[in-house]
Design a protein around this ligand. Structure first.
Ligand SMILES: [Zn+2]
Length: 231
């Protein structure tokens, strides 16, 4: 499963006023997204996206689809709660004040992978890993959706109700035409309950948090490189 922040490129391009703030915000958002996908392992952060996986062998078809839709709903909720907190923090810079265009979308697939361990990092490799990544390039027009591969969609009984599922065909680069199915996140989750406005105190905390991160970012960039380790 890949959770991908939409609108991120524009966000990064337009908000360069305070170096580090857009990055700090997206880091925070991705952290919350990953935390919310409790039964999934984080394989890799890929720019504006998180690549997650879980074992499917132990789940029957019904449970596979449910695992995906439940995780998507939880990640989506966590994303927007955190996004709202970034927006409400007291830093007036554009990247902190204008996060409302950021969206979260998902693609998911079930297939066979090999696990490659390099040092302490675990990588997934194989055609199906490429497949799920290719799904990101799709013609879906709605901003927030869960797009399922046919293998995943067909793997079990209770998919989301038929009237919510939209079938599309995609031509995947190097793979060819495939059928995929998407559901709008809102149709799965219902409209987002309004995020309670944090208290003034919390807002100050949030601001300090994000300013701190932005600042650290700048310091790191500005610190001259040493040619030899200190002491
Ligand atoms: Zn800011």
């Amino acid at each position: 499963m890949i959770a991908d922040i939409g609108g991120y490129t524009e966000y990064m391009q337009f908000h360069r006023t305070l170096l580090g703030h857009a990055e700090a915000a997206t880091t925070r958002l991705l952290e919350k997204v990953v935390d919310a996908a409790r039964d999934f392992d984080l394989i890799e952060i890929e720019g504006d996206a998180a690549f997650l996986s879980r074992e499917a062998d132990t789940l029957d078809g019904d449970a596979r689809l449910a695992a995906i839709t439940e995780a998507a709903v939880a990640m989506h909720r966590a994303f927007h709660v955190e996004r709202r907190l970034v927006e409400l923090n007291l830093c007036p810079c554009d990247s902190c004040a204008q996060t409302s265009d950021l969206k979260l979308k998902f693609v998911a697939h079930v297939g066979e992978v090999a696990i490659q361990k390099i040092k302490r990092r675990r990588k997934l490799i194989g055609m199906d890993v490429i497949f799920v990544h290719r799904l990101l390039k799709n013609p879906v027009q709605v901003p927030e959706y869960v797009l399922l591969s046919e293998d995943l969609y067909r793997s079990g009984g209770t998919a989301p109700p038929d009237h919510l599922v939209h079938e599309i065909s995609q031509d995947l680069e190097g793979i060819g035409p495939v059928r995929t199915y998407f559901v709008e996140v809102e149709d799965l989750a219902g409209p987002l309950a309004p995020v309670p406005d944090p208290s003034g105190l919390r807002r100050v905390g949030e601001t300090v948090g994000i300013l701190g991160r932005g600042l650290r970012c700048q310091l790191r960039l500005r610190r001259p490189r040493r040619t030899a380790p200190a002491d």
